[in-house]
Ligand binder design. Structure first.
Ligand SMILES: Cc1cc2nc3c(=O)[nH]c(=O)nc-3n(C[C@H](O)[C@H](O)[C@H](O)COP(=O)(O)O)c2cc1C
Ligand code: SF4
Length: 586
């Protein structure tokens, strides 16, 4: 199949670096220099990009590079077994390092979007699902015998989507071009009015009025306009966009094209998370199909001057790139550091031009609204939250998968439907979202009650909630982009505090300190990641204080373990005798 040449003058910088990483297992200094010359960039900028993204490295990774997801649902700590440690022992690898012969490296990745398939890992960037101790023994054999990934059992690599409930969006199948034909007949202004009347709000988390966003972009001064689909889906516990990319990619592209018609854009981008690279051939085929149908390209559907096409840009393992201004930086081939706002992307987005960024689900809803009308959409949901919401449900329930509900559904109903009878708590909207205990299960999924991008993590009675908080704190400390001090330092301090408590060194003042720290991170940080990174701790302290307080030491305990801190020095000195330990009596 002949793909249309990309709109970029060069192959996208992230794609070029990805190829080098694949070939060399890292990005060597000479390669960085060559890239700097080819792209006419300062070497320091190329090095900054390599440094920023988790999927690039400056030291060689193994020919088999295995990254275990450390999410609370698809993570490697399954059923009390530490799967990462098991495989490291079997393959004689130190976690986070590459084996001396270069065969294999084993490390961790943030959630890889397979939470409905149990413990999972990326192998050379591709997900392998449903891990357990038995399967890992086979993995060890396959790696030891250097069997290439495509020859591994096919079932391990097949990411199926289980949909338990379909509502407004998932019950509809958009005939390619039908929404665009409606829009062309009605005209761009009237179609925009329909989107506005429908009350559609963004499905990516923040819930901004979509019609308003498109109108602001349409009216903004600028030479060129852009449409960007946010397919970064990095929030731990979210995988509903994965289903939409599989099942409704055509409707997503139609929604983007509709937006282009309304705002007057000629170029669009789908920013796809690196963990979903395996979906690329499917998406490219869908683009090609639409070009053949004249639903993309020049004079779309015979309308003179209606020119629009779409490129796919693949991220490289940075959760922050889901934040729209960081995403735009990444699209521009830079580290994904959120911009200072205002100005907002609608006026100063990609290449400082007016840009609409929307979630996949939002674009699909917009296409369906253009097709069926505003009233059709408003038949579902509540007065302030019209339409439906896709939820990715995982954790301690009988039926993990995707559920679509009208807005206004209670948490209790959701838990009942997915078979989570013994839930003690549920985290809505991922680690950045809201932690709810049983007394709040009558609350509803809605923008003015419990708002969510789609992640629902369920914790049964036997779950240790403190361990969940610790996992979330590690996630944010790892994913903070480091640009501003309150988030960079605050997320580390939150992580360190919870680690100290876990090591039985938490003092009676620890909860007060966590509160204070949490508030600083929430209120002083630069972007949405920092604003939400401490929510789980603040919610947890309010709702489940015992999960923390039970672990505190009533007597004075030194927070710092000096003997432990000297472990590296002992290793260097090849000493482990009693005299080399501070807490050993001679
Ligand atoms: C740290 C962070 C991560 C985000 N990740 C995503 C994401 O993966 N997908 C998404 O659609 N929006 C994400 N967002 C929200 C986007 O910034 C933006 O609001 C959204 O893409 C706008 O689309 P919508 O109006 O259709 O929701 C994230 C925001 C933050 C602060
Ligand atoms: S809040 Fe965190 S993620 Fe956002 S800019 Fe600051 S350091 Fe980066």
């Amino acid at each position: 199949m002949m793909n249309r040449p990309s709109s970029f003058a060069h192959e996208h910088l992230l794609h070029r670096l990805y190829r080098i990483q694949q070939q060399c297992r890292h990005i060597p200094p000479q390669a960085m220099q060559q890239v700097a010359i080819d792209y006419q960039l300062p070497l320091s900028q190329v090095a900054a990009v390599v440094e920023f993204y988790a999927f690039f490295s400056t030291h060689p990774r193994g020919r088999f590079d295995l990254l275990f997801s450390n999410c609370t649902s698809c993570g490697y700590l399954a059923d009390g077994e530490n799967l990462l440690q098991i495989l490291c022992q079997q393959l004689q690898v130190i976690p986070g390092k590459t084996r001396a012969d270069g065969l294999v490296s084993i490390g961790e990745a943030s959630c890889i979007g397979t939470c409905d398939h149990g413990p999972s890992m990326l192998v050379n960037g591709f997900p392998v699902i449903g891990l357990n101790a038995v399967k890992l023994a086979q993995v060890a054999q396959l790696v030891a015998n250097e069997i290439p990934l495509p020859q591994w059992p096919a079932a391990w690599l097949e990411i199926s989507d289980t949909v338990y409930r379909r509502d407004l969006l998932l019950s509809e199948r958009l005939i390619p071009g039908s929404a665009l034909q409606h829009a062309l007949r009605s005209g761009a202004s009237e179609t925009l009015m329909i989107i506005q009347r429908s009350g559609l709000r963004g499905r990516g988390g923040a819930g901004f009025d979509t019609g308003k966003k498109w109108q602001l972009c349409r009216e903004a001064a600028g030479e060129t306009r852009y449409v960007v689909c946010n397919a970064d889906e990095g929030e731990p516990g979210t995988f509903k966009d994965r289903l939409l990319l599989h099942e409704q990619a055509g409707a997503m592209l139609e929604g983007m094209t509709l937006c282009a018609r309304i705002i007057g854009a000629q170029q669009g981008f789908v920013y796809l998370r690196g963990e979903y690279r395996y979906l690329l051939p499917h998406l490219q085929a869908e683009l090609e199909h639409r070009r053949k149908l004249n639903l993309l390209g020049v004079n779309i559907l015979g309308q003179i001057g209606f020119d629009f096409d779409i490129d796919i840009v693949i991220g490289a393992g940075a959760y922050i790139c889901g934040e729209e201004s960081a995403l735009i930086e990444s699209l521009e081939g830079k580290p994904g550091i959120p911009r200072i706002r205002p100005p907002f992307p609608v006026t100063h987005g990609y290449l400082a031009q007016p840009t609409v960024v929307n979630n996949i689900e939002t674009f699909i809803a917009a296409a369906q609204i253009a097709m069926h009308g505003a009233d059709w959409f408003k038949t579902s949901g509540t007065s302030t939250s019209s339409g439906s919401k896709l939820l990715s449900i995982s954790g301690d329930c009988e039926k993990p998968g995707i559920y679509e509900y009208p807005f206004g559904v209670t948490i209790r109903q959701v838990l009942g439907d997915c078979g989570a009878a013994d839930a003690q708590a549920v985290q809505i909207g991922g680690p950045a979202g809201t932690l709810l205990g049983a007394t709040e299960f009558e609350r509803t999924i809605a923008f003015d009650d419990v708002s969510t991008g789609g992640s629902v993590l369920i914790f049964g009675q036997s779950r240790d909630l403190f361990a969940i908080h610790r996992n979330f704190a590690h996630f944010f400390a790892h994913e903070s982009c480091g640009f501003c001090a309150p988030c960079r330092i605050g997320t580390q301090l939150l992580k360190n505090s919870l680690d100290t408590i876990a090591a039985n060194r938490g003092s009676v003042h620890a909860l007060e300190e966590l509160q204070q720290l949490g508030k600083i991170v929430k209120h002083q940080s630069h972007c949405g990641l920092g604003h939400t990174a401490a929510n789980h701790v603040l919610d947890g302290l309010r709702q489940f204080p015992q999960a923390f307080s039970d672990r505190l030491q009533p007597q004075f305990t030194a927070r710092f373990d000096l003997d432990q801190a000297l472990a590296d020095a002992r290793q260097v000195a090849h000493r482990d005798d009693a005299a080399a330990h501070l807490d050993q009596k001679r």
